[in-house]
Design a protein around this ligand. Structure first.
Ligand code: FDA
Length: 433
């Protein structure tokens, strides 16, 4: 015997629970189906276990999509303040970390408990763990064949998220079902993800694994570049940290990124000012301005590069510390003399110090790829929103089929934006069902 509902929601994550709770509280009979044994794993692991559940500044400009205006309506109808009201009603304490990012004081479990309680208040029927074997549509309803039997529902919501972190149950199920019903997909890719470099060329920098510093990272033509000023982390395989995760969502294979590794300093002025009569070695001086390990490795690399000549200096599949920056700039910026690290400040020609500062302020690198879905926080791309109604999240050509959350081609920056999209799109759908 099939179970009959007004709506079936596949995916009991952030967006799915929001939509199911809202629809249930409006009086609809809702089934919430998820194949995972544990509820909302992504909420649980988010924000280092404290869930960066929204961002006070969340607006359309913080999202990537091939249809950039699509998210406008849902974000305006359900704002971070609305979610804070919900948190307040459940007595959940929170704090702002930085740049409008809001985190739970205790644990992300409190957000999961809140959403579960909201679903229970709407008498949502939980079906989990329950795998969906097939989805079909007959004359008047959607038919789900599941491990818990057949479910029939007049409306179907795909809330199965994206492919990031398959270890906690992420799949491409939403994309497959959307394709089955004739919807287009914007090519999915890992986003908010570390970037990796050619292993051979990255080796000298891999030694810096664990070094973190603030950096400005940019991508795209200088006049229209996308820029983020955030922390950056060296890893064995490449670069990570918020600055890199942010820019990774904009990066495409074959494109360079540019780092300013001392964004808050005028390094040329600092080095020239430190020079007169100074008998300290350059690496000691640079270590007062920069992380010591980075200063030493950077200068050692510069020395090695100049003794090998410029071509040996390319690193990370691109243009590294001691090497030339790019074809145009290489002539303007002479390479440092061998043994630079050990030279006394007073003996180093101004030209060499200027060249060093220029390289640190503009390090152009060519990533060879990303660390993949296993390390990504989100998937970019997804169901093409040009076929989706922006107020209800319903597919225009497929009556009764709704898509919400990360499965859509709406990708937020790092910092609570992706959850805000999950809440807002879930709310829009829950009200429209
Ligand atoms: P979500 O992934 O939450 O839920 C999808 C649900 O569908 C899951 O429960 C899954 O089991 C289920 N499902 C998948 N395939 C299925 C199938 N075939 N059958 C049945 N069920 C299926 N964002 C943010 O704003 N702030 C933050 O702090 C973080 N931190 C963070 C850390 C880490 C490590 C990751 C991986 C991600 C984040 N994010 C984040 C991103 C955020 O978690 C993500 O964007 C939202 O959870 C997306 O919400 P959805 O409801 O769309 O998918």
């Amino acid at each position: 015997m099939a179970e009959v509902f007004d709506a079936a929601v596949i995916g009991a994550g952030a967006a799915g629970m929001m939509a199911a709770a809202v629809a249930g509280q409006r009086g609809l009979r809702v089934a919430l189906v998820d194949h995972a044994a544990k509820l909302a794993e992504k909420i649980r692991i988010s924000g280092g276990g404290r869930c960066n559940f929204t961002n006070l500044g969340a607006g359309p400009a913080n999202f990537l999509s091939q249809n950039p205006h699509f998210c406008r309506s849902a974000l305006a109808a359900y704002t971070p303040r609305d979610f804070l009201d919900l948190m307040r009603r459940h007595g959940i304490a929170w704090h702002e970390k930085h740049k409008g990012q809001l985190f739970c004081n205790d644990s992300s479990e409190s957000v999961i408990r809140m959403l579960r309680a909201e679903c229970d208040a709407g008498r949502v029927a939980w079906r989990m763990p329950c795998s969906v074997e097939s989805v079909a549509r007959d004359a008047d309803c959607y038919v789900l064949r599941t491990s818990a039997g057949e479910i029939r529902a007049a409306q179907l919501v795909l809330a199965c998220g994206g492919m990031a972190v398959p270890q906690v149950g992420a799949t491409d199920f939403a994309l497959r079902v959307a394709r089955q019903f004739g919807l287009k997909i914007v090519e999915p890719r890992p986003a908010l993800v570390p970037l990796v470099f050619d292993p051979q060329q990255w080796r000298p920098y891999g030694a810096l694994s664990g070094v973190a510093l603030e950096a400005e990272v940019s991508h795209g033509p200088a006049r229209h570049a996308t820029r983020f000023l955030e922390d950056l982390l060296f890893t064995h395989r490449g670069l990570s940290g918020p600055a890199i995760l942010q820019i990774s969502s904009f990066w495409n294979p074959g494109e360079p990124i540019v780092l300013d590794l001392a964004p808050e300093l005028d390094l040329e002025r600092e080095l020239l000012a430190a020079k007169p009569g100074n008998r300290q070695q350059l690496h000691s001086v640079l270590s007062t301005l920069w992380p010591r390990r980075l200063a030493e490795q950077w200068l050692a690399q510069a020395d090695g590069d100049s003794s090998r000549g410029h071509d040996g200096a390319r690193a990370g599949g691109g243009r590294a510390g001691g090497g030339k920056l790019d074809g145009a700039r290489a002539d303007d910026v002479p390479g440092p003399a061998a043994g630079l690290a050990a030279m006394r400040m007073a003996d180093i020609p101004d030209k060499q110090l200027r060249a060093l500062a220029a390289r640190i302020h503009r390090w152009e690198l060519l990533p060879t790829g990303t660390a993949g879905y296993k390390k990504a926080e989100v998937m970019r791309g997804g169901v093409d929103t040009r076929a989706i109604d922006q107020k209800s999240m319903q597919a225009r050509s497929v009556p009764g089929l709704y898509i919400i959350g990360e499965a859509l081609d709406v990708t937020g920056w790092l910092g609570g934006y992706n959850f805000q999209w999950a809440w807002a799109s879930g709310m829009a759908c829950g009200k429209a069902l």
